[in-house]
Write a protein that binds this ligand. Structure first.
Ligand SMILES: Nc1ncnc2c1ncn2[C@@H]1O[C@H](COP(=O)(O)OP(=O)(O)OP(=O)(O)O)[C@@H](O)[C@H]1O
Ligand SMILES: [Mn+2]
Length: 571
């Protein structure tokens, strides 16, 4: 009898699995047709479907290290691509609106005579090409980045966003004071007469549109048309104020623009091909401007959209900082170096001294400008200590380093015992492992959304310090918890296929940053480290699944958190 019942329930389970898979495929087809670009031809669509089917295949194991095996997974008719561009599909054309009309001639190069001329594109021309769909690849075809972003996995239908799922609400017309920051208010300030909100008004400056687009689930939407104007604002708009940002340990500035937008500036501290000194502990490492920029791109490529847009800019330290700053403490730290470069060091608890000054060449300084989040008076944030925080000590080990069953405790502890918090943390772990960031001591969330929201991945300046080694301890949460979102796993598998290879997509994405005209944001060695680390992540997940199978048989999957099937998780 018991045997019969078990057999019956197994049959029911199997039918449910088959039904759910068919539903997913149906959804995929639907989403494809919803988001279909008119330029698309049928063959890539089939390719997408085949790829998706292969990715969903639970027997998938990473074969990235073996290209031939990976190609074997690709369906017939898929073009074998070796360059970073695909030519099978018409690109989504850069709209006229995206094209930048104003030109700002940027003095590229570092003022060093021995550095020859660099890419002739001006910074604004680069910016015009920024943003997921404002990209026109060199050749005639679709870039790998475009191909990736048009894949069904990135275009799954999402549930409608309710009014409560937006971070900010716009004051009704008539009450707002033009161009004032009073135009937008926190949720609690809004009255009953909120019928005329205008979230996507073209008249709003890009930074405001960015703020108004922040939801419970992400900082900005996939294929956000505001991304190009936002990047343009960050990299070209006049800077009217530059003051030091308090808090944190290293020098950073708050820059303000004429339209009231603000950004956080982190200066260049390390050459691209330089590796962090191996004798330095992670907590003594510098922050790198290119790490902030590359982290934003990687986060977007992974489909997370949890890092505020960060863009590179050549800043004139004299006219754009020294001459306009009202921060006397900052102004006092400017000096001219022995080779006539203008330098400053500001005031902070680390590296703010003459020895660690940041210098222009002679006035041009490479920097990252990250879009400022809404002020905390409008949208308070909560800072959470990471359960896998390092000890920040040369001699002490953290608890998680000593206890292999540490995750069992975390899994029982709120907020990790409910909803998506644990898998969100694992998402962050994966991002950090890929970019070698050991400095994730805290993360933040928007208070308004309680525990049911995404995690902000702020402060990525210590990523991309080393390319020749990987830091396995960063992956500990994944190793110990053996849990991952299905959507994340599918994205990672997609990025391990040759036609969407992570390094190629990242090279492509980063080439649209304005500073690419000075030098690529990540060296080739850092790009290939991404591919190598991706293999490690996929292998870790496979190991988890094997371990689970050997313990519990083929039954239900405890490793995969099926976020593509929300009704599967009622808690
Ligand atoms: N884009 C942003 N918008 C608004 N606030 C931000 C943004 N990025 C960072 N912050 C805030 O500024 C604080 C300091 O920034 P950040 O962590 O990058 O500096 P830091 O010097 O590296 O700090 P720490 O030494 O604590 O790691 C963050 O904790 C965060 O609350
Ligand atoms: Mn930091």
């Amino acid at each position: 009898m018991r045997w019969y019942t078990r057999r019956r329930s197994r049959t029911v389970c199997l039918s449910l699995v088959v039904a759910s898979l068919s539903l997913h495929l149906l959804l995929t087809v639907l989403s494809r047709s919803i988001y279909q670009n008119h330029c698309d031809t049928p063959s890539p669509r089939q390719t997408h479907l085949h790829t998706l089917r292969a990715l969903v295949d639970t027997n998938y194991t990473s074969r990235m290290s073996d290209n031939h095996a990976s190609y074997a997974k690709t369906p017939p008719g898929t073009r074998k691509v070796n360059s970073s561009h695909m030519d099978s599909n018409g690109p989504q054309k850069m709209s006229e609106k995206d094209a930048v009309t104003t030109k700002m001639a940027v003095k590229v190069g570092h003022g060093h005579k021995e550095e020859g001329p660099v890419d002739s594109l001006t910074m604004t021309e680069r910016v015009g090409k920024f943003g997921s769909m404002g990209i026109k690849p060199m050749g005639s075809g679709m870039s790998k980045l475009e191909a990736l972003f048009s894949h069904p996995l990135y275009n799954m239908p999402t549930p409608p966003i309710h009014e409560d799922d937006w971070l900010l609400k716009v004051k009704p017309k008539g009450k707002a004071r033009e161009t004032s920051t009073q135009m937008w208010v926190s949720d609690s300030d809004i009255g009953d007469d909120s019928a005329h909100w205008n979230r996507s008004s073209d008249s709003h400056p890009p930074w405001l549109r960015f703020h108004l687009g922040i939801s419970r689930w992400q900082l900005y939407p996939h294929l956000d048309p505001n991304m190009a104007p936002l990047a343009q604002q960050l990299s070209t708009h006049r800077i009217v104020s530059a003051v030091q940002k308090s808090g944190g340990t290293q020098l950073k500035l708050v820059m303000s623009f004429p339209n009231y937008g603000q950004a956080i500036l982190k200066p260049m501290k390390q050459e691209r091909d330089e590796e962090t000194n191996f004798n330095l502990y992670y907590f003594s490492d510098f922050e790198r401007h290119n790490a902030e920029i590359a982290a934003f791109h990687l986060d977007r490529v992974l489909g997370y959209r949890r890092i505020p847009p960060a863009v590179g800019r050549l800043v004139d330290v004299v006219t754009e900082i020294k001459d306009i700053t009202t921060d006397h403490k900052l102004a006092r730290t400017f000096f001219t170096s022995p080779v006539n470069n203008v330098c400053f060091y500001g005031q902070c608890s680390y590296y703010c001294s003459t020895e660690h000054a940041v210098c222009g060449r002679p006035q041009n300084l490479e920097a990252s400008l990250a879009m400022m989040l809404p002020d905390t008076s409008l949208a308070t944030r909560r800072s959470w200590r990471s359960p896998w925080k390092r000890s920040y000590s040369r001699s002490k080990l953290a608890v998680w380093e000593k206890d292999p069953d540490y995750c069992d405790t975390v899994k029982k502890t709120p907020p990790y015992n409910k909803g998506t918090r644990l898998v969100d943390l694992i998402d962050m772990t994966i991002l950090d492992f890929l970019m070698g960031n050991m400095d994730r001591h805290h993360y933040e969330t928007f208070d308004k959304f309680g525990n049911n929201t995404f995690l902000l991945h702020l402060d990525n300046g210590r990523a991309f310090g080393r390319h020749s080694t990987d830091e396995p301890s960063i992956l500990t949460p994944l190793e110990q918890c053996c849990r991952i979102r299905r959507s994340t796993l599918l994205h990672l598998r997609l990025l391990s296929l040759p036609q969407y290879r992570l390094s190629d997509v990242m090279r492509d994405s980063l080439s649209h940053d304005p500073l690419f005209s000075v030098a690529p944001l990540l060296s080739e060695l850092h790009l290939s480290a991404l591919d190598r680390r991706l293999v490690t992540v996929l292998q870790t997940v496979s190991r988890c699944q094997e371990r689970q199978r050997s313990r519990h048989g083929e039954g239900d999957d405890d490793v995969i958190y099926d976020d593509l099937c929300p009704q599967c998780h009622s808690s």
